[in-house]
Each structure stands twice: as C-alpha cells, then as structure tokens.
Design a protein around this ligand. Structure first.
Ligand SMILES: [Zn+2]
Length: 372
C-alpha cells in the first residue's frame, strides 16, 4: 500500500477520503457542521469516527487540523491508519476516537487559525479571568501587521524582530511572538476573547464519547516545527508530571517537554492538550503532540505573518494573495511522497504505542487487572 494515496490536496478531498475509509473500517460516524463555508462555498464540518466497543475503558483519541492548514498531515495519518486495517486489530477493551478536522475552516482556507483568527492552541484559557498579558508582542504588533505588504514594510518587521532578539535573546523573542497573545485580534498567535467553535466542539466530543473511559491517550498532529519529516513527540507538561513520565514509557526517550527547552516549541498558554485532563477528570489522560517538520522555522513564521496580514488587510484573491496562500500551504504541508511516507509511518507507530500504553497497567499487568 502506498501511503501517499492517503493524503489529499485540499480539505474537501481529505474529508471525503476520511469518511470513506472510516465507513469501510466499520466506524460509527458523526458529522458536526461548521457555521461557515469554505473558499469554494462548500459546507465545512468536523467529522468524528468511533471504533471498538462503546464501553471501552482504554481509548486512543487522534485529532487533525487543530491548526487548520496543518490538517493535510493529520488527516493523511488518520486515513492511512484506517486503510491499513488497524481498527480491526484493536485489543478487547480498546476504542479509538478519530476527530477529523477540528478546525475545518482553517484547513479549507489554508490558515493556521480558526474563523475567529484564533490560534486554537492558545484558546484554552479561562476567559472568566483577565487574559495573560504579552507586552513584548504589544511592542511588535503594528509592525507585524502593516497597512501594506511591501519590501519596505517586510524589512521594517524583520528589523523590529531582529532588534527585539538582539536585546532580549532568541528564546524571549520566540515566547512573545509564538507563545500566545490576547490583545491584538488581527495579530498572529491570537488566543481569542472567548472559546471558539472548535474548542466548544472538541469539548462536547470528548464529553459525549469518553464518559466510560478510564485511560485516554491523545495524539494531536501538527506540522511546521523541527527538522524536515521528523516527527517530534511533544508533551506540554513538566518532566516531573505523571503524564510526561507515561508518555516517555509509551513513546520512548525522544519525548520532549515545552517546559524545559528540550522542545523547539516555546512554552504555550492555552494549548488544548494541556487542557484535556481537566475535561476528563474521571480518566487518566496522556496527551501528546506529534509535530512533523517541514521548512526552516524562519520561513514558517514569515509565511504565517504574511498570511495574517493577507486576511487582516489584503485580498486573498489578488496575485500577491495567491502567492501568500501557496507559501502558507508549502510551509505546513510538504507535497512529496517521501514526506507523506514519513508522516504516515511515524503516525502509525505513535498510534500503536499509544494503544499499547493505554491498555497497559503499572507493574506490567494488562487492562482490567487492578493497578499495582
Ligand atoms: Zn500546530
């Protein structure tokens, strides 16, 4: 089987492949319609498929397109897993919940963000409290989203970013730029002012499908960070946290943490994986991001800054708009068979490790036996 055939050229084709493969694998499907439409006017949805017994205590949850345009990889991994017949090989007591395109708007429009211009992985904060402040971002906000996108304004943005890094260091720059901001709705890495449709939908899905679950592994597929084709396993928990230690035991010693500089990801505010245990207080939750590298990180960040400008101030249907959209797609999806093969293989391995881990008990016992 050629894994490249599991990857689709756009959101609509990805959804069709997923629904077809999930139905063929005997999945129980549910369609959750999104309030907006894609660039072609077609409807959008998050699609959910359940495999295994409805009362399964051990569950693997996989999520694609948390960051919209990154959904090419996550969807391809999900479809490949289905086409390989993995659903028929689940052990007794194991279920798999596949969430396809939790941010279908971003996937269809080739944007990392939701229809609210929100980075879904900065949106999982408590909005009843004052949002976190990011004064560093405040100082860069205007230059990052100028009125016009010209050689001069791009140079000014690059100079401002370089000056910030020169004074505060590259780690501080990464933190203010990508760590999340709540003061500039038309800026990059904006966390929003309320829970987005995608967050509300994900919350409802987990609540609807996982009431019976006792051990839950979550794999959320991302792209755009790290070396080309390499799947980094990131846990957004400190190393001392039980969830981090479980992830290491299941996935191996290469698991990194956003808390100690071992991951190329800056420490995040409001990411969905860190929020998941509180949504499932009756279960032991082990969340992990599988982050597949694409292009060098400065190219990825500039693609995002340009895309943000385009949707805030420009015209996506202009020549420069089409060029920016092509750059955004290329920054998060490498359209080659070797890269897709690397995604599919690492995704398959992570899913098998998670299924085995969620079904394993401390002391080496099997699921159903009492904890050591
Ligand atoms: Zn991502």
């Amino acid at each position: 089987m050629n894994s490249a055939g599991s990857f689709a050229p756009d959101y609509a084709a990805a959804r069709a492949l997923f629904v077809e493969a999930a139905a063929a694998a005997g999945g129980r499907l549910e369609r959750l319609t999104h309030p907006e439409r894609g660039p072609d006017g077609a409807s959008l949805s998050c699609d959910v498929a359940w495999f295994g017994p409805a009362d399964a205590p051990n569950v693997l949850v996989t999520i694609s397109a948390t960051h919209g345009v990154e959904g090419f990889a996550g969807s391809g991994g999900q479809v490949d897993w289905l086409r390989r017949g993995e659903a028929a090989r689940l052990a007794p007591g194991v279920g798999v919940l596949m969430i396809h395109a939790i941010n279908p708007y971003g996937f269809a429009w080739l944007r990392r963000v939701t229809q609210e211009n929100v980075d879904l992985n900065r949106n999982w904060i408590d909005f009843s409290a004052p949002p976190p402040r990011n004064p560093g971002y405040d100082s860069l906000a205007d230059v990052l989203c100028p009125a016009e996108w010209t050689r001069q304004t791009r140079a000014a943005a690059a100079a401002a970013i370089g000056a910030y890094a020169g004074v505060h260091g590259p780690a501080a720059l990464a933190h203010v730029l990508t760590g999340g901001q709540y003061g500039h709705p038309s800026g990059v890495y904006y966390g929003g002012a309320a829970p987005t449709w995608s967050r509300r939908t994900q919350t409802a899905i987990l609540d609807n499908y996982l009431r019976q679950a006792r051990r839950v592994a979550v794999i959320d597929v991302h792209t755009g960070l790290g070396p080309w084709g390499v799947g980094e396993q990131i846990v957004t928990q400190p190393r001392a946290a039980p969830a981090f230690r479980r992830a290491r035991a299941w996935f191996g010693a290469a698991v990194t943490s956003t808390f100690d500089g071992s991951s190329p990801s800056a420490p995040l505010i409001g990411d969905g994986l860190a929020a998941t245990p509180a949504l499932l207080p009756w279960a032991q939750v082990t969340p992990m991001a599988l982050e597949i590298g694409t292009l060098p990180s400065d190219q990825v960040v500039w693609a995002l800054i340009a895309d943000n400008w385009l949707h805030a101030r420009g015209d996506p249907d202009s020549p420069i708009g089409r060029a920016i959209k092509a750059n955004t797609r290329a920054a998060f999806y490498v359209d080659t068979d070797d890269w897709k093969g690397m995604v599919a293989a690492q995704y398959l391995l992570a899913c098998r490790q998670a299924v085995a881990g969620a079904g394993r008990r401390r002391g080496g016992g099997r699921a159903g036996e009492p904890d050591a």
